[in-house]
Every structure is written in C-alpha cells, then in structure tokens.
Design a protein. Structure first.
Length: 565
C-alpha cells in the first residue's frame, strides 16, 4: 500500500512500513549513512542519517524509522546538517587519520562523508593512543585505531557467515570491535573470507598486503615470474580502472603483467577443470561405496577452514582433491624449470585472485609437506591494481600486445568456478562427457545459476536419482543442514562457498560495489563460458607434457583446527 509523505516541501510516494532511508533513496534523495547495509535489518547505530520530522522534538534516524502517512520531513535543514557534522567530527576524533598512508585513501567512506558535509578540521580530540594492529592472521589485518564502531563487520561475520569472529568488546567510551578474549584474528573463529573488508567504511580492516614482496620478487633477476589468473579477478579488475563492471579485458591485463616483469601469464581455468575431473572421480567412487550423507566440495578454502574449526564431524565427507591453483602451480614449476634449465625454486608463481582465504593456505601444514604445490605469492584484485599502477602502467593507453599463454588445450567449464553453483555445473558437464547416455535438461542445470543463496537440482544417474545443492554464505549452509536433517532430505553433493554470489564477490574484490555490479559480474561469467561453447567437455583433462603424479599428490588431508572460544 502506497502512502504520501512530504519531503523538503515536495510530496513523494512511499510504501507503508518502508524505512524512510529506502523511501528517500527510491525518490532520488541521498541521505548519508555509515552503519546501514542493504539487505540487513537497520541498527541506527551511527546516527549520520538523522532527519527532522515535524511534530517530533528529537531528530530521527532515517534507516530505522518507518514512513508514516503525511509525515513532513526535512532531510537537509540547518539543524540536520549541523547534527550530522557534529556526529562525524566526533567519529573522526577517535580516528587516527594518516589518510595519505592508508590503503583506503580515496575509497574511504569517512573521507567522502567529510567532503560531503564540508568538514575540514578537527574540532575535537579524544586523546586516544594509537592501538596495536592485529597482524596475527595471514589473510586479514585489523587496525582498531581506524575503527568507527559502525558494526558492519560484526553483522556480516555473524549474520552472513555465522562465524562471529568479531564482536563489540567492553562498554561506554572504551567500546571497541575485537575478537574473543581480544587474542587476534588467527586465534579466533575467522575463516579468512574477507567479507568484513568489503563492508568496512574505513581502513580498519584490510587484506594482509603482499605488494612489497611482489615488487621484490619481480625485480629479482634470479626469479622467473609466472602469473596464474583467477577468472573472478578478470571480470572485476576492470572496475578498479574505471571500466564497466564485468568487463573482461584479458589481453590488456596480460600485456600489463608482461610489461611489469612476468615471463608467463596463464589462466587458472585449466587447473579448475582438472580439479573438477578429480572431484567427479571422487564423487563416483563415494557413490559406489554407498557413502551415507551429503558429500562436500573443497573448492572454497574458507569453507574448508570453517569445517576444520566448527564442524570436524563433516571432514570425512569432504571430497578433498587438491585445488586447481595448486595443481597448476606444481605443473608449471616442473615444466618451466625443465624448459628454462632452472631449479624449481627459481620459478616464482604468483596467484592473482579474488580470494583472501587463498593467502591463508600458504601457511598450512600441507605446504610444509608439499611446498611445490603452493604459489609463492598470492595477490588480491585490489593488490593487482596497486601493482600495475605502481609500475606506471596506464591500462587505457596500452595496446593488447600479448595474450594469455596456453597451458594444454582450451577447456570448457573452468571459468564457471568464479560464481556460486559453477563448479557443480562443471562437474555435471564432465559426468555427461563420461557417460554419453546421461542427458540432463537445460532447465534443471539453470537452477544452479543466479543469485539465490541456495540452489538445488536433481537428475538421474545409473538408475538413481542424484540431488545436488549449491550454497553461498556459511549461515545459509548451517540453515540448510538443519532443514536437511529435519526433513530427512537426501542430497548427494553440495558445493559451499563462503562469499555470497561466490568468488565474484570474494573478499579481495573492489570495495563499495552494489548488488547490480555483482549481477553484471555474474552475467560476465556466463559470457566468458559462452566464448568456449565450441569446446566439447571432456571426461578428463590431460597434462600437456610427460608427467607422473606421485602417490597422494592429488589429495589433501584436512585435520581439525583448535581455536580459542
């Protein structure tokens, strides 16, 4: 039911019960906010979005106050502007500044608000000492001195991921955001997904930077630098350079990387498809063994870490094949060292990805046992942008001189891993290639696409009905598990990605994007897949040189991980 309210002397329409902030935004009226997140219940914590309502003595928060018929609202009266400025100045008084040296410089919402509200000086000083940075995690670092207590990270960690690694500590003026017992992220339940980084309005949360090690490695003449590019990075990096969201510019990226010192540039699509072939083999073996309960893919490192910490009972149900990025790293080190007469240690592999959790993989026990399978450096989308800019590359002025180097043959489905449901669809294609009689209707496969958090489909295999599910967001995984148990639903294979939408919304992606950007990225994945529609799916992918795998090379043993609770 639509109602009418008066805003700044103009009559606008709103839905009854709709929050004022949403009604104003729909009608083209911008009201600033810090704590508000699309799709979450309003908290009204920051009070930046206050507006003046006739008949009410106090200013009201637009994000948590519902529209009422014939309200008279003033969004930018002198009283409102003064209140917003004062609130922002008080927030800035607890902020350490140092904007010139901050990773979020020019993308910081505090900076934008200060400019928007014309705040040009520090009138207040909280007199707080700079707090110690939390660098215990290998993927995410936290600077409490830059935190403005908006609570976004707390809500995302608890409501989207159901991890609750972050929470409010202490009370009153001593309140701050931290981990349980304030021991550091690496000793908490953090799964390194990086979703907290994407919603943080300031530089309080950032991925642990590998830019300096990358510069040193590229400038070391002893290193033969090789890049493996995650498809999710290709379609989002364009946004950092001001191009259309989802625009894929592979040749430009390959040219820029070659010019700054990389000898070879590969896509991880081949490795993804090889991994999917191993996944299908493991799945068929478990089916033959009549495995009880659902089986899970180990594609997402954040999901694996979540199981290690919270659901160790499900670790035996992981089809724990080695990820494609590790398989390609090992093969490239072997192949290129032989071709260039170099030791394997001289081949320096960089993995360019949208995933912050891939950084955490470099500090696991398995890497100590199988070091040649792990990249030397992992860079996120944001770090690749910085690296290219640092070396003076102007993407818009470059001629696409180079293309990605081909590893083996073209693959059909390796690009689908960039989004939720993609690795399942790729697995089904490989199953169809191995069993020519297996026909699955297109409308059933289409159920694994789109932005829904839980997607399911069924098909017949060797006389049995096979049910698969794709889940994004760890809170959705727990809800699905409870529902599955209560309804005694039989599901055979489940793909879980910690990040909503999958890797296209990974923790290393550009900050401050909307749902619209994510849908455009998802469409770009489909377009990338369509480019290779002429490539027939194969039952298995062949290593492009004479190579013999060692025993258990292609499997990873995942053990439980104890954390402070």
């Amino acid at each position: 039911m639509n109602i009418e309210i008066e805003v700044n002397g103009q009559i606008i329409k709103a839905r009854k019960g709709e929050m004022l902030l949403d009604a104003l935004k729909t009608n083209g009226i911008h009201v600033p906010t810090l704590c508000h997140l699309e799709g979450f219940k309003p908290s009204g914590a920051c009070r930046i979005c206050v507006v003046e309502a006739e008949g009410r003595q106090d200013l009201i928060p637009a994000c948590s106050f519902p529209a009422e018929e014939w309200m008279k609202i003033r969004t930018h009266s002198s009283r409102v502007i003064k209140a917003r400025r004062t609130i922002l100045e008080l927030l800035l008084s607890c902020h350490t500044g140092g904007c010139l040296y901050c990773d979020r410089n020019q993308t910081c919402e505090l900076q934008l608000l200060a400019s928007e509200l014309n705040v040009g000086e520090h009138r207040f000083s909280a007199g707080r000492k700079r707090k110690k940075m939390d660098t215990t995690s290998q993927a995410v670092q936290r600077d409490p001195s830059k935190c403005v207590l908006c609570g976004r990270c707390v809500r995302v960690c608890e409501e989207v991921e159901e991890v609750a690694a972050l929470d409010f500590l202490r009370r009153g003026s001593r309140t701050e955001v931290g981990t349980v017992l304030d021991k550091g992220l690496n000793y908490s339940s953090c799964v390194n997904c990086g979703q907290c980084i994407l919603v943080c309005p300031s530089g309080a949360l950032q991925d642990k930077s590998n830019v300096e090690p990358a510069i040193q490695a590229l400038q070391d003449p002893k290193n033969y630098a090789v890049a493996i590019i995650d498809p999710a990075l290709k379609i989002s990096l364009s946004e950092q350079f001001g191009y259309r969201a989802g625009q894929e510019f592979t040749s430009l990226l390959a040219t820029a990387l070659r010019r700054i010192g990389f000898k070879k540039v590969y896509s991880s699509a081949w490795g993804n498809e090889f991994e999917t072939g191993l996944l299908v083999t493991g799945f068929q073996k478990k089916l033959d063994e009549k495995h009880e309960g659902p089986l899970f893919t180990a594609t997402c490192p954040s999901f694996v870490r979540y199981l290690q910490q919270n659901r160790q009972d499900l670790l035996p149900s992981l089809i724990s094949v080695r990820p494609g990025r590790q398989i390609m790293t090992h093969l490239l080190k072997t192949m290129l060292s032989a071709q260039n007469n170099l030791p394997a240690s001289g081949i320096h592999v960089f993995y360019l990805t949208a995933c912050t959790a891939a950084k955490g993989e470099l500090h696991t026990t398995d890497r100590m046992i199988h070091p040649s399978f792990y990249p030397d450096i992992v860079l996120t989308t944001r770090e690749v942008y910085k690296l290219i800019r640092l070396f003076g590359m102007q993407i818009d002025k470059l001629n696409p001189e180079y293309h990605e180097d081909l590893f083996g043959t073209d693959v059909r489905s390796g690009y689908l891993h960039a989004q939720s449901g993609g690795s399942l669809e790729a697995a089904i294609r490989i199953l169809q290639a191995r069993k020519p009689g297996l026909v699955i209707q297109a409308d059933k496969l289409a159920r694994l696409k789109g932005s829904k958090e839980v997607k399911e489909c069924s098909f017949a295999l060797d006389g049995d009905s096979i049910h698969v599910a794709a889940i994004s967001g760890l809170s959705q995984f727990e809800s699905w598990m409870k529902e599955s148990r209560s309804k005694k639903k039989q599901t055979h294979l489940v793909e879980v990605m910690a990040c909503p939408y999958g890797c296209i919304n990974g923790g290393g992606q550009p900050v401050g994007v909307s749902d619209r950007n994510l849908k455009v990225r998802s469409k770009a994945v489909a377009e990338m897949d369509e480019l290779y529609s002429g490539v027939e799916p194969r039952g298995s992918v062949i290593v492009p040189f004479d190579f013999q795998w060692g025993e258990n090379d292609l499997n990873v043993e995942y053990a439980g991980r104890s954390i402070i609770r």
